[in-house]
Design a protein around this ligand. Structure first.
Ligand SMILES: Nc1ncnc2c1ncn2[C@@H]1O[C@H](COP(=O)(O)OP(=O)(O)OP(=O)(O)O)[C@@H](O)[C@H]1O
Length: 367
């Protein structure tokens, strides 16, 4: 039976003029600094709301410094999204990972109906995000990266306002309480801390009980309690059958929350899978042990499957790389036993999601 998809994106292309105004994310975080970006941008912009296809929390005109994005091609355009295809099963949590400027936000904004693609097809709950915006609005929640909103409006007022537009909203007071915002309910948005603004944005994205929620870097800049609360909320959403698409730079967040991780680099999908699938990749496993220096590794390799490598370095520390499975482990220990070698600290190391990410994108985290 075909899987039911909440989001289906095929062959998506989006280019920007190199001279055009950068997207909110690129602008807000031109220097790669998460928390400051939200506040910095908010402080400098007027409270103008863009047309809201869905439950848009808000966004502001971007006027700040050039982003740390990709270089423009010879035609003067930046290919932010380049023949990108992805799908998100209903009821799953999908994490989009990628370095700054990879194209995550552009992709998500197109899915949210905030941007029009140059080419490709996008289906959100089976519908077109722009043409069917009115029908989708009550069904899709959106938490944007930069929580502009009305600077003078109070947190509680804004949440109640959004709730009032939905038929069966969550109780705004309970949600504020859940997100630790009860004491800030009467505080104007501009006086909330960056983390409080973000929690409020999250509350506004979920208060309408959406079927699908887009969360753009939901925990960036949050304190430990805020991160935990957000994670619990995402887990509850999944339990309730809500589909969640989130972008993040936090590998632990993706590993903990995501059923599916999609790594994007230079506007293209470079890997898809569960965290376990992405990190398993037998060929990338490695086996380490300590033993007297000078083992005859050429002879060891004769006992191991083709494609396996072995190195000593530093002195007395050995690294065997290849398809790490029970057979390889047995072969190494058998060879050691047959040669009177006591292999100490023998251990199998699997790649982490961060290893996979760096390998595929060539970037260090937080770049
Ligand atoms: N409005 C715009 N005008 C011009 N270039 C843009 C605009 N929005 C985004 N870009 C460029 O498109 C590319 C992709 O940006 P995008 O914001 O989608 O990346 P991202 O993966 O979300 O990055 P981040 O992790 O920093 O949020 C970058 O090179 C960025 O500079």
């Amino acid at each position: 039976m075909a899987e039911i998809l909440a989001v289906s994106v095929t062959g998506l292309v989006k280019t920007y003029s190199a001279r055009s105004v950068p997207s909110r994310s690129a602008t807000a975080r031109g220097e790669g600094s998460r928390g400051n970006g939200r506040r910095g941008r908010r402080a400098s912009a007027a409270p103008a709301l863009r047309p809201a296809p869905f439950t848009e929390v808000s966004t502001m005109p971007a006027t700040l410094a050039a982003p740390a994005g990709r270089a423009a091609s010879s035609d003067g355009r930046i290919r932010a999204v380049d023949e990108l295809s992805l799908s998100v099963p209903v009821g799953s949590v999908t994490a989009l990972l990628g370095p700054n400027g990879a194209g995550k936000t552009t992709t998500v904004e197109i899915c949210e109906g905030f941007r029009r693609a140059d080419a490709g097809e996008v289906r959100i709950l089976g519908r077109d995000p722009i043409a069917d915006a009115v029908a989708l609005r009550p069904r899709v929640g959106v938490m944007l990266q930069a929580g502009g909103m009305y600077p003078g409006a109070r947190a509680g007022e804004m949440l109640r306002l959004v709730a009032a537009h939905h038929r069966h909203p969550l109780d705004p007071a309970a949600l504020l309480d859940r997100l630790g915002l009860t004491d800030s309910a009467a505080t104007p948005f501009r006086r909330l801390s960056g983390g409080q603004q973000q929690r409020l944005s999250l509350a506004m994205a979920v208060v309408g009980r959406p079927e699908l929620v887009f969360l753009d870097e939901p925990t960036a800049g949050l304190d430990v309690a805020g991160r935990r609360t957000t994670w619990e909320l995402v887990e509850e959403l999944r339990t309730a059958g809500v589909t969640v698409v989130l972008t993040t730079h936090a590998m632990d967040e993706a590993e903990r929350l995501a059923d599916q991780v999609i790594i994007i680099n230079r506007g293209r999908v470079v890997a898809v899978g569960s965290p376990a699938e992405l990190t398993r990749g037998g060929a990338e496993g490695q086996l380490r042990f300590r033993a007297p220096t000078g083992l005859e590794l050429g002879k060891l390799l004769l006992a191991l499957p083709d494609g396996t490598t072995a190195h000593e370095g530093p002195v007395g520390h050995y690294l065997v790389q290849g398809t790490v499975d029970p057979q390889l482990l047995a072969a190494v220990t058998a060879w050691c036993a047959g040669n009177g070698v006591l292999a100490e600290d023998l251990r199998v190391e699997q790649r982490t999601l961060e290893d996979v990410f760096v390998e595929l994108t060539g970037s260090e985290l937080g770049s």
